[in-house]
Design a protein around this ligand. Structure first.
Ligand SMILES: [Zn+2]
Length: 198
């Protein structure tokens, strides 16, 4: 016997809103501190004026984790100009800044290089040195600052996984749709916006 899909399961989710509240650091202005530091953009909310509540944050983190798990692609599949969902870090003067996940366009991908070795022992007690390869992805800058990934590592160049996924492919759209459905079902801090609600 087939179970009929409920009306909600047939509607396409456009986006998920995570429970949020006005940023307390900047009182919802998005600006904090002198203009000379990061253009006066509030560090706490990254200029977004709102912050996620604990419930919203749990739902948001789980969304990111599921998308990572289900749609990560090997770095070797990516090329300049691809748009991927990724975190980045950069510098504002002497201040290191972590930028949150967003769609970012790849500007360049460095050659893999060996940054370290991990040393383990095989069953005969001999040292086994395993190289750790590192790659840095630089993104087209949005705020005038250079934005790049934290280095991505793996024990061979082929094994380096970008914790990222491509935008605008049918495959990605279906994965995203499935993740959003699951998140809305599991978390009270997540609310679906359906296409026909507009
Ligand atoms: Zn703020």
């Amino acid at each position: 016997m087939t179970v009929p899909a409920s009306a909600d399961e047939e509607r396409r989710i456009k986006t998920v809103i995570f429970e949020n509240t006005e940023c307390g650091r900047c009182d919802g202005s998005g600006q904090y501190g002198p203009a000379s530091v990061a253009n006066g953009v509030c560090f706490s909310c990254a200029g977004k004026k709102t912050r996620l509540t604990k419930k919203g944050e749990r739902a948001s983190n789980e969304t990111t984790r599921l998308l990572d798990e289900r749609s990560s692609v090997p770095l070797s599949d990516l090329k300049e100009g691809d748009v991927i969902w990724a975190k980045a870090s950069g510098w504002s003067g002497f201040h290191p800044i972590d930028y949150p996940y967003k769609w970012r366009q790849i500007k360049s991908i460095s050659e893999p290089r060996v940054s370290a070795h991990s040393i383990t022992k095989d069953e005969d007690g001999n040292e086994v040195r395993t190289p750790c390869y590192n790659v840095t992805v630089t993104f087209e800058s949005i705020a005038g600052q250079e934005e790049r990934t934290n280095s991505l590592g793996g024990s061979s160049p082929e094994e380096i996984m970008a914790k990222t996924y491509r935008q605008r492919t049918d495959e990605y759209r279906e994965i995203h749709q499935g993740v959003m459905r699951e998140i809305v079902r599991r978390f009270s801090g997540a609310t679906a916006v359906y296409y026909e609600d507009e």
